[in-house]
Design a binder for this molecule. Structure first.
Ligand code: OGA
Ligand code: MN
Length: 213
């Protein structure tokens, strides 16, 4: 049996409880060391392998037919996760599913599914300030980013800059294993350029919504 795949966290685990409490209190949470180091390394290797095989593509801005590639807005390269991905991706999905259930249990968010992609920001690339919720599709409710970078130094840039209430700006250093979650429709944020390649898994917990056709 694939033991990694079975890695759910009990819903009353203090780690999940902290995230849920943070979300209720302030709308976002940062948990350093959320991913075990071995898993972080494996996911980073998987992301680099896909990049080397040419599977990552420039990310688009917008949704549906209005999508376009605009490197002046975002310069990352991405690949969406699929059902039949490598086992290591299943482990990550199982962890995120535990988080989804904990949020539903305690915050009544009614989160139905989770979509996510690997993201690779080449040196110098960035993602300008934005909200993760589309104008015509309000299903994205909670954003979750886990970083896959070994030994990141603050002076290498690449911070996630969140624009919080009362003009407060908060920077997250994209250190491997760190998880950041925030309310997709409420926290504007930006990815600052870095001097080295920046890897992450970014995803969105979605509730049922008014998806247009
Ligand atoms: C995104 C995003 C943040 C990050 O992909 O929408 O804002 O820190 N990512 O990578
Ligand atoms: Mn975003």
């Amino acid at each position: 049996m694939d033991t990694m795949r079975a890695m759910h966290i009990p819903l009353d685990h203090p780690l999940l409880q902290r995230i849920v409490d943070d979300l209720a209190e302030k709308g976002w949470s940062q948990q350093n060391g959320f991913l075990p180091q071995a898993l972080t390394l494996e996911l980073a290797a998987e992301c680099r392998k896909r990049a080397a095989e040419g599977e990552l593509a420039p990310a688009a801005v917008g949704r549906g037919p209005a999508q376009e590639i605009r490197e002046g807005i975002r310069g990352d390269h991405i690949q969406w996760l699929e059902e039949d991905d490598a086992a290591v991706c299943g482990t990550y999905m199982a962890l995120m599913d535990s988080l989804r259930l904990a949020m539903n249990r305690d915050l009544f968010l009614g989160l139905e599914d989770f979509e996510s992609h690997f993201a690779l920001y080449p040196p110098g690339s960035f993602y300008l300030r934005h909200l993760d919720r589309f104008r015509d599709d309000d299903r994205r409710t909670v954003s979750a980013v886990v970083y896959l970078n070994d030994a990141w130094l603050p002076e290498q840039g690449g911070q996630l800059r969140m624009y919080l209430k009362d003009g407060v700006e908060y920077d997250v250093v994209p250190t491997g294993g760190c998880l950041v979650v925030f309310l997709s429709g409420e926290v504007p944020h930006e990815v600052m350029p870095a001097t080295r390649e920046r890897l992450s898994l970014t995803g969105w917990f979605r509730r049922r919504g008014n998806e247009p056709f």
